[in-house]
Design a protein around this ligand. Structure first.
Ligand SMILES: *[C@@H]1O[C@H](CO)[C@@H](O)[C@H](O)[C@H]1NC(C)=O
Ligand SMILES: *[C@@H]1O[C@H](CO)[C@@H](O)[C@H](O)[C@H]1NC(C)=O
Ligand SMILES: *[C@@H]1O[C@H](CO)[C@@H](O)[C@H](O)[C@H]1NC(C)=O
Ligand SMILES: *[C@@H]1O[C@H](CO)[C@@H](O)[C@H](O)[C@H]1NC(C)=O
Ligand SMILES: *[C@@H]1O[C@H](CO)[C@@H](O)[C@H](O)[C@H]1NC(C)=O
Ligand SMILES: CC(=O)N[C@H]1CO[C@H](CO)[C@@H](O)[C@@H]1O
Length: 868
């Protein structure tokens, strides 16, 4: 018999972070009716419930001890020895020391095969403790029914059974409905991080993998994991630039400039090398720390710069100092030339930092003497040991025939470049000076070389008129002697001279009386002049230079008679000759201008020129205004004999004598006349008008012009302007001002009209003219239709149309008045002809023209007034 005891302990409440869920609690079930071995017991539990009891804590033990009834064989529980270890069969977990609840001295494994465990429920000793027993023993069974089901807890949570309750425990890394989160991770400097996980980046169970850029090493963990605690399992790694070994720069002769963009001597650091002055870099100029931590290039070395080795130039010696090495930077050399040689270029050379010498290699040239100039009248010959005219050359001199020298015969070029002796000069061989030049003769010599020396030659000549006796030339020969001696000269004679009349003769005779070179002078007496040459010379041909001269009296120019005058003279020798005196006299009406006498001088010229006779001068005249002057001038402008006549322009009249003459004493016969404008009759303004005049010359005379006008109500008869003509007449009759006329009024009565109105008019200037005023009235039974008063205006119209008379309070349509008017123009014309007298009067009476025949109406009258 199986007794199933169902114990419901309590309804559990599971608390999640977000809420509470009511679930059924787990339950314990036991079987005390049938005792079963351990395997059967477990089978029973598994068949009817979940499994054998698995003790989890002391509370549970105490609880079981309390609720289970006592049984002599006690109860199996779900622990068994497997492979020598006590193991919970439900979970297959080993029993831990802490969880063990063994009775005293248990497990003792009495006998063998005590591999199963019982619990002493309600035992006196060791109650609720455990004991190991053989599994084949039969005992009571205690089972449990799990309250946890698959749906008890959500994903990532474990359902934990408790007594009468269960708990949902989140799996590690989970927290209620969320994930545990770690601090987000960012890319490290110069690196990359890649994070992922089943539950999302940076969440529990995610991991991050780090990687560094080229040239950087990762320092720290390559991968980190997000722990259930929300922390990363390791610190964040960093990327560190790869390091290169520092370059040792001590004694290698260069300087280095490095840049370290990342850190000292690390990836991307670079260095530049430079050698000292005069040194050359061997190797790379730059190096760079690459991503592997090595410098791309080794540090270079510096070697001294060398110049091309020098060889001593020809004829010299070379001495060098080499502080840094043979023919290297700072080496200096000196070139010294051998004796007799001269340096061209620089003697001192230094090797410069670029590897070149400071100057080109000099050369030693042989010392030169000036080249010898050719010797005049001589020659030389040289022997040269090195070069022409240079150190070691020797030359010998020689003069041409007829020449000698007084120096050394030879010279040589010294090491200083000078000749040991100067070149000699070859002088021509000298003759003695010529001692005897001929008297009255001359010597002319040619000295091609020097005075009186070899090749000089002389020619002898006698003066003109002298004759040579002997040889005429001589020559200096190469022995220094003249070939001939000098000759002698003799003179010729002319004919003797006779003294001319009225003169004196004086002669000079250097070579004898009247012979060659005699010179005679002829001088005339006062008042006489020489004709011919004054000096006569005896020429070399025996003739006189000119014929014998004569003395003649001095004459002046003959004086001719003068216009309007006469000349008189007194003579000393002859007429108009030296000593003659003359004077001038003028006719009446003429006067002398200047001196009146003169005389003939010894030069044959008149002392003064005789003046002329000039006509007497009158005052000069000009054209009068508005006139002109016409003159005749027989002896000059406005002078004795001039006649002038004045005439006036048109419109002007002459006043005075028109003709004038200039008299003998320089006075005019009359005063000059003048021209006055022609006068017109005087004018005055017309009656009832005005006048405005302009007078260009004088009042109301030629070219005066007047503008005329009338007062209001008057009209001008004629043109408004009037001019004074050249003949002294006005251009028209003087116009007058006539009054303006209105149409005369008279009344007519047509048969079917009423009586005409009565009228009384006043006429201040004339009938029905400017200023006339008419009054109208009607008979008792009638009254006026229209105005009672009409006035004649300045423009010749009435102020209104005339009125008519109509029957009082009766229609006047049946009756009609006709007013007739005669043309105002024709009546005005008649009035003028009548000379301001009102001739034609037409009385207007009540009855006079009551009936007019039809023809007269049509011919002269209008049927109705046309008033404007
Ligand atoms: C069930 O367990 C939870 C959490 O362990 C607790 O808060 C609750 O009170 C328990 N319920 C009972 C009925 O003991
Ligand atoms: C290293 O140098 C190179 C070339 O100059 C440049 O392109 C690169 O960005 C540098 N790297 C770093 C990390 O500075
Ligand atoms: C006359 O004429 C002159 C010049 O034309 C003018 O200045 C002046 O006013 C005039 N006088 C009259 C009264 O019209
Ligand atoms: C016309 O008028 C004048 C002046 O007013 C008056 O003397 C005269 O008597 C009048 N004549 C008639 C016929 O009324
Ligand atoms: C006066 O005359 C006008 C026309 O001239 C006419 O129209 C008017 O009727 C007349 N008046 C009377 C009272 O007759
Ligand atoms: C609790 C959980 O899901 N853990 C997983 C974490 O990630 C590894 C693989 O990376 C899995 O094997 C675990 O099961």
């Amino acid at each position: 018999m199986v007794l199933l005891v169902h114990i419901t302990l309590f309804s559990g409440s599971l608390v999640f972070m977000t809420g509470m869920y009511n679930v059924n609690a787990w339950t314990y079930h036991y079987n005390i009716d049938s005792k079963l071995d351990w395997t059967a017991a477990r089978q029973w539990c598994q068949t009817h419930f979940t499994d054998m009891v698995a003790i989890q804590n002391q509370a549970e033990i105490a609880y079981l001890n309390e609720i289970l009834p006592f049984h002599r064989a006690y109860y199996w529980i779900g622990i068994r020895k497997i492979d020598g270890h006590w193991t919970w069969v439900g979970t297959k977990k080993r029993l831990t020391v802490e969880a063990a609840n063994w009775a005293t001295n248990e497990p003792n494994n009495q006998g063998t095969g005590e591999d199963c465990v019982e619990i002493y429920i309600k035992r006196n000793k060791d109650t609720a403790k455990w004991n190991d027993e053989r599994c084949s023993k039969k005992k009571a069974t205690v089972c449990y029914l799990a309250s946890c089901t698959e749906i008890s807890c959500s994903e990532h949570a474990r359902c934990v059974e408790t007594i009468g309750n269960y708990t949902c425990q989140c799996d590690a890394g989970f927290m209620g409905p969320r994930f545990v989160q770690c601090q987000p991770v960012e890319n490290p400097q110069q690196g990359l991080v890649k994070c992922d996980g089943a539950f999302g980046e940076f969440n529990f169970n995610s991991s991050c993998q780090f990687q560094c850029a080229t040239g950087f090493n990762l320092v720290g963990a390559e991968r980190i994991h997000c722990l259930t605690t929300g922390h990363w399992n390791d610190t964040l790694p960093v990327c560190q630039a790869v390091k290169c070994q520092a370059i040792i720069d001590a004694p290698r002769g260069w300087t280095m400039i490095c840049t370290h963009p990342l850190s000292m001597n690390s990836f991307n650091s670079s260095c530049e090398f430079e050698c000292k002055e005069g040194f050359e870099l061997n190797g790379s100029k730059t190096t760079w720390c690459d991503h592997t931590g090595h410098w791309t290039d080794k540090a270079p070395t510096c070697t001294v710069v060398t110049c091309n080795p020098l060889l001593a130039p020809a004829n010299s010696s070379l001495a060098c100092a080499d502080p840094l090495g043979k023919s290297s930077f700072r080496s200096s050399c000196n070139v010294t030339c051998d004796e007799g040689y001269k340096l061209r270029g620089r003697a001192a050379l230094t090797c410069q930092r670029e590897g070149n010498w400071s100057a080109p290699l000099p050369v030693c040239e042989v010392v030169k003497c000036d080249s010898l100039k050719p010797i005049a009248n001589g020659s030389y010959q040289c022997h040269d040991s090195v070069d022409e005219f240079s150190y070691g050359s020797t030359c010998w001199f020689k003069c041409d025939s007829g020449f000698v020298h007084n120096g050394t015969n030879s010279t040589h070029c010294t090491k200083q470049g000078n000749w040991s002796h100067i070149s000699p000069i070859c002088h021509a061989v000298q003759c003695p000076p010529l001692s005897d030049t001929p008297k009255y003769g001359s010597v002319s010599c040619v000295h091609p070389l020097s005075t009186n020396s070899y090749n000089s030659s002389c020619e002898f000549k006698c003066e003109e008129g002298l004759v040579l006796r002997g040889t005429d030339s001589t020559h200096c020969d190469h022995t220094g002697h003249w070939t001939n001696t000098a000759p002698i000269c003799t003179a010729v004679a002319c004919d003797p001279l006779v003294t001319p009349v009225n003169s004196n003769l004086t002669c000079a005779n250097p070579l004898g009386k009247f012979s060659f070179r005699t010179s005679c002078e002829v001088i005339c007496e006062v008042g006489y002049k020489l004709r011919g040459d004054t000096t006569l010379n005896c020429l070399s041909n025996g003739n006189w230079s000119a014929p014998t001269p004569a003395c003649k009296v001095i004459r002046c120019e003959a004086l001719e008679s003068v216009h309007h005058g006469s000349v008189h003279c007194h003579d000393l020798l002859e007429e108009f000759s030296y000593g003659s005196e003359c004077w001038l006299e003028c006719e009446a009406g003429f006067t002398l201008n200047g001196t009146n006498s003169t005389y003939c001088t010894s030069q044959g010229k008149w002392k003064q020129e005789l003046s002329v006779c000039q006509a007497q001068q009158c005052s000069s005249l000009t054209d009068p205004s508005h006139g002109s002057l016409t003159c005749t001038h027989p002896h000059g402008q406005f002078s004795f004999g001039t006649v002038c006549e004045v005439s006036c322009q048109a419109g002007f009249k002459l006043h005075g004598t028109p003709k004038m003459e200039c008299l003998e004493m320089g006075k005019w016969t009359d005063t000059p006349p003048f021209c006055l404008a022609q006068e017109c009759p005087l004018l005055s303004a017309p009656e009832n008008g005005w006048m405005n005049c302009s007078h260009p010359h004088s009042l109301f005379s030629y070219e005066s012009q007047c503008l005329l006008g009338c007062e209001t109500g008057f009209e001008l008869t004629g043109e408004p302007d009037i001019q004074c003509s050249a003949s002294g007449n006005w251009s028209q009759e003087m116009p007058s001002c006539a009054v303006v006329h209105c149409e005369p009024l008279w009344l007519t009565h047509l048969s079917d009209l009423g009586p005409p109105p009565s009228m009384n008019c006043s006429h201040p200037h004339g009938n029905f003219s400017f200023g006339s005023q008419c009054m109208f009235w009607c008979a008792n039974s009638h009254e006026l239709n229209g105005t009672s008063q009409l006035v004649c205006t300045s423009n010749g119209y009435w102020t209104h149309s005339p009125p008519i008379c109509v029957v009082k309070e009766m229609s006047v349509s049946a009756s009609m008045l006709i007013y007739a008017a005669v043309g105002a123009v024709s009546s005005a014309g008649l009035l003028l002809l009548g000379g301001l007298i009102f001739l034609l009067t037409r009385q207007i009476t009540k009855k006079a023209h009551y009936s007019l025949n039809k023809s007269s109406l049509e011919g002269d009258l209008n049927l109705a007034f046309e008033l404007n």
